[in-house]
Design a protein around this ligand. Structure first.
Ligand SMILES: [Zn+2]
Length: 302
């Protein structure tokens, strides 16, 4: 374990924010950033990821048949359609922390030229060998890309990085002026967190090292010479929550709402009415869901 200073302002003054599963989440007294302190060292994290039991679990979970692989890819239709809706039918996309590459494989179907990068040896190998994708093994700081990208995505990555500011600075070096960075991650300042209390899925220590709010997301991006264009908040929807619990991985509360429309239960008229009513209600109360999506660009004149 190691003690660290605040990644945003380098202050070492903090107070206890919450203790979850024996892990201490602290709040920086100067800038308000919430982070895990103490936390596992990088070596301890690497040892965990390369441990025999961890690899064995990954291999057990690995989709084996073509059908299982397609199922995993299809779970990303909502995300892929979100990219197509925002940026059109073609372009070059880099996904930082692409894991086994299912999102990339899905987006490729729509005609996008996709590249990925992931620190996991197992995941990046799976993406290359089983999905035929162009995926590098390593961190964004280590790899030199000889291509320019229209879109760079970082989905649920920032909160895992040991030094998110350093990684974002690297992103601002490789991103073109007219390109867009899309970040997805948990929102500590959400109604979802209040609703779930200590069981909030956005916590997940010691895997999550940082717990951002819209304010701290903005600050860290600005410090990395990136500027926020817009933030899309997910609406807190109790129906999606129940479905996620009931149907597991098929429905993901953190995926765009399109996912729910493709589910079988959506064909049921009374379900559609309940869903619509809760949507209108939570919208009126502007209750925010677990995750948010940020669109950012490189800052002008830098
Ligand atoms: Zn701070």
């Amino acid at each position: 374990m190691e003690y660290v200073n605040c990644s945003l302002c380098n202050s070492n003054e903090y107070k206890l924010f919450k203790e979850i599963n024996g892990c201490r989440l602290v709040k920086c007294k100067r800038c308000g950033l919430v982070y895990l302190n103490p936390r596992p060292t990088q070596q301890e994290i690497n040892e965990e990821y390369t441990a025999k039991y961890h690899i064995e679990r990954l291999l057990r979970q690995e989709p084996k048949t073509e059908e299982e692989i397609q199922q995993q890819i299809n779970k990303n239709i909502g995300r892929a359609e979100e990219i197509v809706k925002q940026f059109g039918n073609k372009g070059k996309l880099l996904d930082i922390g692409c894991s086994a590459g299912f999102f990339l494989a899905c987006l490729k179907r729509y005609g996008w030229d996709v590249t990925g990068i992931d620190i996991s040896e197992w995941a990046s190998k799976f993406a290359r060998e089983k999905l035929g994708l162009n995926v590098f093994t390593g961190s964004v700081e280590e790899i030199n890309f000889n291509k320019r990208f229209d879109v760079i995505t970082m989905y649920h990555i920032l909160e895992h990085l040991p030094d998110p500011l350093r990684s974002l600075k690297r992103v601002s070096e490789i991103i073109a002026y007219d390109a867009v960075l899309v970040i997805k991650g948990p929102n500590l300042a959400s109604f979802d967190r209040i609703w779930h209390g200590r069981k909030w899925r956005g916590y997940d220590p010691p895997r999550h090292l940082y717990y951002f709010t819209p304010k701290s997301y903005r600050t860290i991006l600005e410090k990395a010479n990136l500027s926020v264009q817009k933030i899309i908040f997910q609406h807190w929807n109790p129906v999606v929550h129940i479905m996620e619990i009931r149907f597991g991985g098929g429905i993901r509360a953190d995926h765009p709402p399109g996912a729910i429309k493709r589910s079988r239960i959506y064909k049921n008229p009374s379900f559609r009415i309940i869903n619509k009513m809760t949507y209108i209600m939570t919208n009126l109360l502007s209750l925010r869901g677990r995750d948010l999506t940020i669109y950012a660009k490189k800052r002008d004149g830098l």
